[in-house]
Ligand binder design. Structure first.
Ligand code: HEM
Length: 408
């Protein structure tokens, strides 16, 4: 049965409800007119990240490459090409580099505070996207002209929003991607014209521009742009987790007090935000060679989706998954397969998100900022999350007013 319409109408919980109703971990369906197997749960994630069974080449439908991911990026590589390309990202994901972007993000937020305090009302999501865009460009060495952050954060935001969009929004996403790639290609040309060699102090933009693949070749300029945007775009996307964190603080105000009193609770809180709220719905792969699992045939070439939302809400792993309860993570054993908001497996070997530590650190910093640095009021607004909008946000994108520095 074609499930595309089910996803369009129901969104994130569509397959989760089917898995539960049928008491199964595999659903056979058709998506975008192609035979697809959808999987959920810890055992499924273990299988999904077994590289002898799955490949990424050819797995992502074109409409997502034209918008969210770009064409020719790390997401669609396998084997040695993937290992080498992934290293290009992971060399920038050490503690020192992560701390650097976190500190810059906090500094930029502090700089914006006088404006926030003067504003009659502001939309947290939009403001945070802009700050994240500036932090991302500073961190990656991508020059931003005075005032350009508005345009670029809007462009990146459009690309993110177009992921699950149809019609006009989808095409706006394509246009935004083309413009953003053109912007980055200009810098790549400039760096290459200087004939420099990459060094220890090279920025992300320089390193990616001068990166040589497993065959010793420079990447095409357009693919460098795709990879630089694979850094900038998802950093801007952290605004969703920050907005969801603000929503969780609003709906569960007891956590404000607890977060002030308990230093270590921020990490558990952010994990719960990433588990509870919907963001990335699935990851996609293609069967490499025929195999069988749980009495189901997986023929070579079949598209397989791992359902992130259903796995993070699987009753067999999470007690009362529909409740927001940060303390549940005190007992979490750190499995790479049962909590997969940013993919599973190993960050270096598998396709698991390169920016997971940045995401956690920046969101933790933002939670502490919201709880300890400022006070604000929340007006009446529509905070409902439409589960069929992928990626989701609260409808009003979280308005606040009367922002002031916290008295402590
Ligand atoms: C891959 C989610 C933030 C860079 C992924 C994947 C997911 C994901 C689900 C795919 C995993 C797979 O295919 O198995 C998220 C979410 C984020 C986020 C929800 C929150 C905002 C970031 C950040 C960066 C980043 C901040 C970079 C600074 C990447 C890259 C990949 C990736 C480069 C491709 C990795 C590969 O193919 O090997 N992300 N991500 N992401 N993410 Fe993130």
């Amino acid at each position: 049965m074609e499930s595309t319409f089910g996803i369009v109408f129901k969104g994130y919980p569509y397959f989760k409800e089917k898995f539960e109703k049928e008491n199964k971990d595999i659903i056979k369906t058709r998506l975008l007119f192609k035979k697809t197997l959808v999987l959920r749960g810890v055992e499924a994630a273990e299988i999904f990240y077994d590289q002898s069974k799955f490949q990424r080449k050819g797995a992502t439908p074109k409409r997502f490459q034209k918008t969210l991911f770009g064409e020719g990026g790390v997401q669609g590589t396998d084997g040695e090409a993937h290992r080498k390309r992934k290293h290009m990202f992971m060399q920038f994901m050490g503690k020192e580099a992560v701390d650097r972007i976190k500190e810059n993000f906090l500094q930029l937020w502090q700089n914006q505070l006088p404006e926030w305090m003067d504003a009659e009302e502001l939309v947290l999501f939009d403001q945070v996207e802009k700050i994240l865009c500036m932090a991302a460009c500073n961190w990656a060495g991508v020059p931003l002209k005075e005032g350009e952050e508005k345009l670029r954060s809007k462009q990146l935001s459009r690309i993110i929003r177009s992921a699950g969009a149809v019609g006009v929004d989808h095409y706006r996403g394509r246009i935004a991607r083309k413009k953003a790639e053109k912007w980055i290609i200009g810098f790549v040309k400039e760096i290459r014209s200087k004939k420099q060699v990459p060094g220890e102090n090279s920025s992300i933009l320089e390193t990616f521009s001068l990166f040589r693949d497993e065959k010793g070749k420079l990447l095409p300029e357009k693919i460098v742009a795709v990879e630089v945007l694979n850094i900038l775009r998802p950093i801007v996307a952290i605004a969703r987790y920050i907005t969801f964190s603000a929503l969780a603080l609003h709906e569960h105000p007891q956590y404000k007090k607890r977060l002030k009193a308990d230093e270590g609770l921020d990490l558990l809180f952010v994990h719960e935000v990433r588990r509870y709220y919907p963001f990335f719905p699935f990851v996609a792969a293609q069967v490499k060679e025929d195999f069988e699992w749980k009495d189901e045939k997986f023929p070579k070439g079949t598209r397989v989706l791992l359902d992130i939302y259903a796995t993070n809400h699987d009753k067999r792993t999470w007690v009362n998954p529909a409740a927001f309860y940060a303390e549940r993570f005190k007992d979490w054993e750190g499995s790479a397969y049962n909590f997969i908001p940013q993919g599973g497996g190993d960050h270096h070997q598998n396709h698991r998100c390169a920016g997971e530590w940045i995401t956690i650190q920046i969101t933790c910093a933002a939670v502490n900022f919201l709880v300890k640095e400022i006070d604000y009021d929340v007006p009446e607004q529509d905070l409902k999350i439409s589960m069929n909008r992928i990626p989701a946000t609260p409808k009003s994108r979280f308005k606040i007013f009367n922002v002031r520095r916290s008295k402590r």
